[in-house]
Design a protein around this ligand. Structure first.
Ligand code: NDP
Length: 336
């Protein structure tokens, strides 16, 4: 089968494309401009005509997908703004929500063969850490960020704007599909990863060009940019980029994944645990907070990942593995 991947040049998306190609699928990736296609064509050239890239300059325009959904069997929608520099909420929310809806609508109108659409959401749409430690599963929805943005508008935090965009986009996808599921030939699967860390295979030439999650990881782990206090107390849940990619391939291969939402998460962490893992890998890297005791750590948020393990057969990289492979990647790029 052939799968359309939107935002194919992104940090996570290039790993998704790789996983799909290696599993035997043909892939058509979309990017926003021709300049972003060149790297991908060269990176995946060994797959010959099983990989192609097309330009969709504005994902909020359903018509722009019309031609590209015609002959595909499934779609992975990953294109969505992920940064913490937004001013107007709509900068984040409009492309997230309208982008998702235009993929669904284009599939309905022109995608005769589309059987499944997998939307890459986030645990930002599930739940953020609160005042007390909590464990959350797929039944939770992050209403708090939506409320914050509704109340404060452009004065809401950039993080709330991003989280609201993910909640509203995922909700829009479910509302749209649930209303039409008996009429459209495709079903919907949503994957909700937390912070995604791990090596880069997309087009990055310097650390500042990395995605939001990995740049933060690099600043904390390699650059020693966080205080001891932050390293011991800050953290959330994480997943290795290769595991969220694998989850996409499994979502396309698993009939029972249809109509389901899956948290794709390895576990909870404090940043010091990555710093310690990096320091074990090379004692030239910062030791960080040497008084941190993982056995006494209180994780403010945990995600129940059982559904993904049971239905998709997910297995997860550990903190040590993700750290080692990220550092090997940085080393190969001359960044250490
Ligand atoms: P990247 O920034 O590397 O990739 C984002 C992709 O979305 C790029 O292809 C980018 O295109 C595209 N995009 C961004 N804004 C727009 C827009 N306004 N219109 C069209 N396309 C746009 O980020 P990630 O790979 O980290 O993120 C990919 C997805 O995964 C996002 O949906 C994000 O919310 C989600 N996610 C990421 C997590 C993480 O920790 N990294 C955690 C949980 C979810 P271009 O290069 O042209 O800007």
């Amino acid at each position: 089968g052939k799968i359309l991947v939107t935002g194919a040049n992104g940090y996570i998306a290039v790993w998704i494309v790789k996983s799909l190609l290696e599993a035997g699928f043909a892939v058509r990736g979309t990017v926003r401009s021709e300049s972003k296609a060149t790297y991908l064509r060269s990176y995946f050239k060994s797959f010959g005509d099983k990989f192609e890239v097309v330009v969709v300059s504005d994902i909020t325009k359903e018509d722009m997908f019309a031609e590209w959904v015609k002959d595909v069997d499934a779609i992975a929608h990953t294109a969505s703004p992920f940064h913490l520099n937004s001013v107007e909420p709509d900068e984040m929310i409009v492309p997230a929500v309208q982008g998702t809806l235009s993929v669904l609508k284009a599939a309905e109108a022109h995608g005769q063969n589309v059987k499944r659409i997998v939307v890459l959401s986030s645990t930002a749409a599930v739940q953020l850490p609160g005042e007390k430690p909590g464990v959350f599963d797929e039944s939770a929805w992050n209403e708090a960020s939506v409320a914050e943005v509704k109340e404060k508008g452009r004065d809401a935090s950039p993080s709330a704007k991003y989280c609201a965009s993910k909640t509203l986009a995922e909700r829009a996808a479910w509302d749209w599909w649930l209303e039409r599921k008996d009429k459209v030939p495709f079903d919907l699967t949503v994957l909700n990863p937390p912070f995604v860390f791990g090596p880069n295979i997309h087009d990055v030439k310097k650390p500042e060009e990395m995605g939001t999650s990995m740049l933060m990881w690099y600043n904390y782990v390699v650059k020693g940019a966080a205080s001891n206090e932050t390293l011991a107390n800050d953290g959330a849940t994480f997943v290795d980029v290769r595991d969220i990619a694998e989850a996409h391939t499994r979502a396309f291969k698993t009939p029972a994944a249809g109509g389901q939402r899956f948290i794709i998460c390895a576990g909870s962490y404090k940043y010091q645990e990555f710093v310690s893992a990096a320091h074990r890998w090379s004692n030239k890297l910062p030791a960080g907070n040497t008084s941190y005791d993982p056995s006494k750590a209180v994780y403010m948020i945990s995600h129940d990942n059982r559904k993904g393990v049971e239905t998709l057969g997910m297995k997860y990289h550990t903190i040590d593995e993700t750290t080692r492979d990220s550092l090997e990647d940085f080393k190969a790029r001359g960044w250490l």
